[in-house]
Design a protein around this ligand. Structure first.
Ligand SMILES: [Zn+2]
Ligand SMILES: [Zn+2]
Length: 261
């Protein structure tokens, strides 16, 4: 499976996932034109995309959905409530086929996509685990809090894209209004770098080895701080970077780097 994080931050999220037979998108928080440009930098094509999976209706995940559905003409999968919210906001091109994924597995050629839930303040968001018959990739951003259930859901993944949204100190000292700070740090907001470290620690214990930190805030985080927080935490727990686990940070906008599992 080839994973290409087209963009990943609090401003826009879109992941392209390709197997031997097909390709899908998870979220389209980028303009269609920028998506095409980014794909071509990695030698990938939008023509392989056979379906779009949407986690939730927040604009950083769906800003390019209308044009993507218009130009690609492929179906959209999400929960019933998320699809409803997308229709109300007029974010899907008319005539697009819509499928509720709630409790079923969606099969797109050889890719099986399962949905799971996390705490987050949207209509009824879902996150996804994608299986190509050999490897499992999980997309897990916009998570209010780490839970035992979340670890159980992710523990058989070969690669996890995990949210590492904010540095606790940067958020505290930053210029965001109090209510927004409160929302971000709440159990229906986002994971801090420290929260991500705790989730990764628990997942390494279960045998997961490869992680991609994503959905970094552009105001309350920096890639080097996210990486340092997680690596230091894990070192305290006796886990060595590039030995016991592999960790990368997803770029805000990709310029060609793909991950293969
Ligand atoms: Zn988001
Ligand atoms: Zn969100």
């Amino acid at each position: 499976m080839v994973i290409y994080p087209v963009c990943s931050s609090s401003k826009g999220n879109c992941i392209y996932i390709k197997s031997k037979e097909t390709a899908i998108l998870v979220d389209v928080g980028i303009s269609f034109k920028a998506l095409i440009n980014s794909l071509s930098l990695a030698g990938l094509s939008e023509k392989n995309i056979k379906a779009i999976f949407i986690t939730h209706e927040h604009s950083d995940h769906v800003s390019g959905l209308y044009s993507a559905t218009k130009f690609l003409g492929v179906p959209v999968y999400s929960s019933k409530e998320t699809l409803k919210a997308l229709i109300i906001k007029d974010l899907i091109f008319k005539g697009t086929k819509l499928y509720e994924i709630d409790k079923k597995i969606a099969n797109i050629f050889n890719l099986s996509v399962g949905a799971f839930r996390v705490f987050h303040d949207s209509a009824d968001g879902v996150r996804f685990k994608i299986f190509d018959g050999e490897k499992k990739f999980s997309v897990c951003t916009d998570v209010g809090m780490p839970t035992v259930q979340l670890i159980e859901t992710l523990k058989d993944s070969d690669f996890v894209l995990l949210e590492s949204n904010y540095d606790v100190e940067m958020l505290k000292k930053g210029r965001y209004p109090f209510m927004l700070k409160k929302r971000i740090a709440s159990s229906f907001g986002h994971l801090s770098n420290y929260d991500a470290a705790k989730v990764i620690d628990a997942l390494i214990e279960k045998g997961v080895k490869k992680f991609l930190l994503g959905h970094l805030s552009q105001n309350n985080n920096l890639p080097q701080i996210a990486l340092k927080t997680v690596v230091s935490y894990l070192l305290e727990k006796g886990k060595k970077f590039n030995e016991d686990y592999f960790l990368y940070v997803a770029p805000v906008r990709s310029i060609g780097k793909v991950f293969e599992i």
